[in-house]
Design a protein around this ligand. Structure first.
Ligand code: NAP
Length: 266
C-alpha cells in the first residue's frame, strides 16, 4: 500500500480505527476522519509509529457543511484518493434531526457516504476503491420514500436497517454509474462486532467478533489484488454474498440516488 492515499471515516473507534491502523501498517498514507479532537489525539497515540503515516481531518459527518469543508480540505491537501472507506455510522434511540433538518440515522449513515463520495469523485485515482460499510441489518428493510427518517413511527432498528439498505443501493447504483472506469465500489457487513456503535441508542449489546475480526473484510477490500476489478458486490467474511432482493432493484436505487442528490444539494 506504499504511495496509496486512503480516507477512512469513523476512524476514532471500533472497526474504523483498526482499518486506519492496518492500512498504515501496510505502508499507506491514511487520513482518518474524526469529530472529537481529544479522541483523534488518543487514536494517533494509540496507533503509534507505522511504515505508512496516519493523519486526521475533523468533521461531524451529520452536517453537510462539514462534509463539504472536509472534501475541500482533503482535495487541497492531498489532491488524490486511492481508497475511500465510508465507515462512520450509529444507531439512535429516538427521532432527532441534524443541523440540516434531516433525521440523524439517514443523514449520518447514508447521506454522509453519498455526499462525501460524490464530492470526491473527481479526486479518485483511476483504480480507486470505494468501500461502504453496510450491515446485515438491511435485511427485511425498505426505503420509506415518504418519510425517510420514520418521523411518524420512529424505531431505532427500523431507521438503522433502512440506512444500511441505502448503503447497498448506493453502492450498486454507483457501480453502474462508474461502468467503463476502473474505479470499483463494494459494500460489506462486518459481522456482529464488539464495538460502541449502539452507544448513541443507549444500548450496549456487543457482538462476539473483535474489532480486528470485524475490520477484516473492509481492509481486505481495500488492499487485496484479487478484488481489484470486482465492483457492485456485497461481502460478508470476504465472501461475495447475496443481499436482500430490494437492494438489487434498479428503480429504487435510482430514485434513492436522485432524492439523496436533492437532499444534499448536488
Ligand atoms: N458493530 C457491529 O456489530 C456492526 C455491525 C454491522 C455494521 N456495523 C457498521 O460498522 C460501522 C462502524 O461501526 P463500529 O461498530 O465500529 O462503531 P463505533 O465503534 O461506534 O464507531 C463508529 C465511528 O463513527 C463515528 N461517528 C459517529 N457519529 C459521527 C458523526 N456524527 N460524525 C463523524 N463521525 C461519527 C464515531 O466517532 P466517535 O469515535 O467520535 O464516537 C466512531 O469513530 C458503522 O457503519 C456500523 O453501522 C457495525
Amino acid at each position: 500500500m506504499h504511495n496509496k492515499i486512503c480516507l477512512v471515516t469513523g476512524a476514532t473507534d471500533g472497526i474504523g480505527k483498526i482499518t486506519v491502523r492496518e492500512l498504515a501498517k501496510a505502508g499507506a498514507t491514511v487520513i482518518g476522519v474524526g469529530r472529537d479532537p481529544a479522541k483523534i489525539q488518543a487514536t494517533i497515540a494509540e496507533i503509534g509509529k507505522t511504515p505508512g503515516s496516519v493523519e486526521f481531518l475533523t468533521a461531524d459527518l451529520s452536517s453537510q457543511a462539514q462534509i463539504r469543508a472536509l472534501a475541500e480540505i482533503f482535495q487541497s491537501k492531498y489532491g488524490r484518493l486511492d481508497v475511500l472507506v465510508n465507515n462512520a455510522g450509529a444507531l439512535f434511540n429516538a427521532y432527532r434531526e441534524t443541523v440540516d433538518g434531516i433525521e440523524m440515522t439517514f443523514a449520518l449513515n447514508h447521506l454522509s457516504y453519498f455526499l462525501l463520495t460524490n464530492l470526491l469523485l473527481n479526486t479518485l485515482s483511476p483504480t480507486a476503491r470505494i468501500i461502504n460499510v453496510a450491515s446485515n441489518a438491511h435485511e427485511g428493510s425498505t426505503i420509506n420514500f415518504d418519510d425517510f427518517g420514520y418521523k411518524r413511527s420512529y424505531s431505532a432498528w427500523t431507521a438503522y436497517g433502512a440506512s444500511k439498505l441505502a448503503n447497498i443501493l448506493f453502492t450498486n447504483e454507483l457501480a453502474r454509474r462508474l461502468q467503463g472506469k476502473k474505479v470499483t465500489t463494494n459494500a460489506l457487513h462486518p459481522g456482529f462486532v464488539n464495538t460502541n456503535f449502539q452507544r448513541a441508542a443507549g444500548l450496549n449489546m456487543r457482538g462476539p467478533l473483535s474489532p480486528e475480526e470485524g475490520a477484516d473484510t473492509q481492509i481486505w477490500l481495500a488492499t487485496a489484488p484479487e478484488v481489484e476489478k470486482i465492483t457492485g458486490k456485497y461481502f460478508v467474511r470476504r465472501r461475495d454474498t447475496r443481499s436482500s432482493e430490494i437492494s438489487y432493484d434498479k428503480s429504487v436505487a435510482r430514485r434513492l440516488w436522485d432524492t439523496s442528490a436533492k437532499m444534499v444539494g448536488l
